[in-house]
Design a protein around this ligand. Sequence first.
Ligand code: FE2
Ligand code: FE2
Length: 254
Amino acid sequence: MASLSERADALEHDMAVELERKVAQIQPIRSAIYVSGEYDPASPRHDLFDALAAGKRFLMGPDPRIPAMPEKPTLQDFFRMRFGNTQHVLQSAKLARDAGHDEKVVLACLLHDISVTGFINGDHGYWGAALVEPYVDEEVSWAIRAHQILRFFPDESVGYTYPEAYIKYFGPDFTPEPYVHEAYKLFKDHKYYMTGRLICLNDYYAFDPSVRVELEEFEDIIARNFRQPEEGLGFDHSPSAHMWRTISMPTRAL
Ligand SMILES: [Fe+2]
Ligand SMILES: [Fe+2]
């Protein structure tokens, strides 16, 4: 008779075979933006056309290889099921809360890099702000957008210097592109400037694997400051609903 662990192995094997069968029939599609660099984006090669040539149907819904989202997903569902390592933003939010900052600042810190962990790296402040804009106070989304720019510029009045970590991450010769300097000029006198700056101040530049902050610690702040749509993120027809749907179903073909 098979032991419990043998039966568990067999079950796992069956599930893997079933998953492979599903994916073999229906092709998940990586967007052009994700394969750019692996090959020339202007070349005629494309996942969609490759799948067509192989006689496959396209995946037009959730990807069976990643966890299924609830019907009406909340911000917390995205944190748990679609965002990668969230310790950086959780630790930043904790720093802001421990420093006694306003809930809007804590929320801004909690959300400031969700685009990096869950969507798109480049211009992550702008993408992150666009994602949350319909659901938060305008001060929060403004600050998330601006932190991407402000982090490169010191502000001695609050003791913010160019992060040591950036010298390591980007190299000592890195200089931000001209549009970053132009945006800084636009942002530095804005009425919400200090909220954006406070994200930079509480941005947890070092990653400490020995510290673990839980999302539950911010349930109350999220409840008071993030307007979860009744229909679920992605299904409320807000200006960013399509972005949440894309995160939910990242390999949907069209
Ligand atoms: Fe950031
Ligand atoms: Fe950050």
